[in-house]
Design a protein around this ligand. Structure first.
Ligand SMILES: [Zn+2]
Length: 368
């Protein structure tokens, strides 16, 4: 069903989606996160497992002697404000840096909250991330999504009222629940979008920048393209702790607009950093590189199967039928219907298309 309703996916930027509801003055279902101490002075804020496609990325606070560096600022400003309050409980030092790992809105809608709370904050990203953010987020994302939400929710409500899908078939219990969840979460989401203070990075870096929070060193790096054209990763050497953005997303990856072949090389560089604690863009904290290795195998299998199909002259549609990623899907999604569906819609569908275009056109220069 998620497949058919073309709704939000956090990172999905084919934003024809989104949702609905007529007039919601206030947030009714606050989303939440779990605060996890992952190392001395390093706290991860792990977004709760989403019920729908309206998700938030994780965030991390790295606390040094004279200031704090925050990685990503989440999707919902009300949650970001709660996180800032949490950080103030942990330290009286100011947030001096925010890093946006990439330009997808579920990782940066809280930037304005940091700017308001800490006016001198430096917001860092790669040039590509800033450029994409500027061209997409205020318009295609915030403005258009706010405009589309009421009609989208109306349609969902009509389906619930008639008990039928668009094609006239009856809604299954799982569809009913999903539509209800989408309506409820949209009620929460609309005012979040309306109150978001869009704030782009005010400093960019090409390859790397080293930040000192007093004695504590933090390395902010671009290791190559992957999930997007400008993914930044953040490494705290004294804690062997790595923040990956959406280069690593668990339990199943996202591949909208991604660069499959280069992603493998970037993940190998990530693995070589020697981190013992890894905070992914979405999902739980990891303590070894086994999931990164799984991702590398998945990406390699996807590109090699697609390249073979292309070499045999198959169309994209026929390539989709031929590519078999079921063993990876089982390994990552297990028995969960939801995660099997997410694997299909958020990884398999866009990944096969991107790999097919790479086979046909060579290196890609867009994230469409
Ligand atoms: Zn994301």
């Amino acid at each position: 069903m998620m497949r058919r309703t073309k709704v939000v996916t956090c990172c999905c930027v084919t934003l024809a989606w989104l949702v609905a509801i007529s007039c919601f003055a206030q947030n009714t279902i606050p989303k939440t996160y779990e605060k996890v101490k992952v190392a001395e002075g390093v706290y991860a804020f792990i977004a709760e497992e989403p019920k729908t496609e309206i998700v938030s990325g994780n965030s991390v606070a790295v606390i040094g002697d004279d200031g704090v560096l925050v990685v990503d600022t989440m999707h919902f400003p009300s949650l970001t404000r709660r996180m800032i309050a949490d950080i103030k409980q942990l330290t009286d030092k100011p947030v001096r840096y925010v890093v946006n790992t990439h330009w997808h809105p579920d990782h940066l809608m809280g930037n304005g909250e940091y700017k308001q709370a800490f006016p001198d904050v430096v917001i860092l990203s790669t040039p590509s991330t800033r450029e994409q953010m500027e061209s997409q987020v205020p318009t295609t994302y915030i403005r258009d999504t706010i405009a589309q939400i009421p009609a989208y929710v109306k349609i969902l409500q009509e389906h619930l009222d008639t008990g039928k899908k668009k094609d006239g078939s009856p809604l299954r219990p799982v569809d009913l629940q999903h539509y209800q969840d989408l309506i409820e979460e949209s009620k929460f989401f609309l005012p979040e979008l309306q109150q978001a203070k869009y704030t782009p990075p005010n400093q960019t870096f090409d390859q790397s920048i080293t930040v000192y929070l007093g004695k504590r060193q933090v390395n902010v790096m671009f290791l190559g393209r992957g999930n997007t054209a400008g993914d930044a990763v953040i490494y705290v050497p004294d804690a062997k702790t790595l923040m990956t953005g959406d280069l690593v997303v668990s339990p199943t990856p996202y591949a909208f607009g991604s660069f499959l072949t280069e992603w493998v090389e970037t993940l190998k560089k990530l693995e070589a950093l020697g981190a013992t604690t890894i905070v992914p863009g979405h999902g739980d904290v990891q303590h070894d590189t086994s999931y990164i290795e799984e991702l590398i195998s998945l990406l390699q299998s996807t590109t090699s199967q697609v390249q073979q199909a292309f070499a045999q002259g198959l169309s994209l549609d026929d390539t989709r039928k031929k590519v078999d990623l079921s063993s990876f899907r089982r390994q990552m999604a297990g028995d969960s219907d939801k995660w099997n569906e997410v694997f299909h819609t958020a990884y398999e569908v866009p990944a096969v298309e991107r790999a097919y275009r790479e086979a046909k056109e060579g290196k890609l220069n867009d994230e469409n």
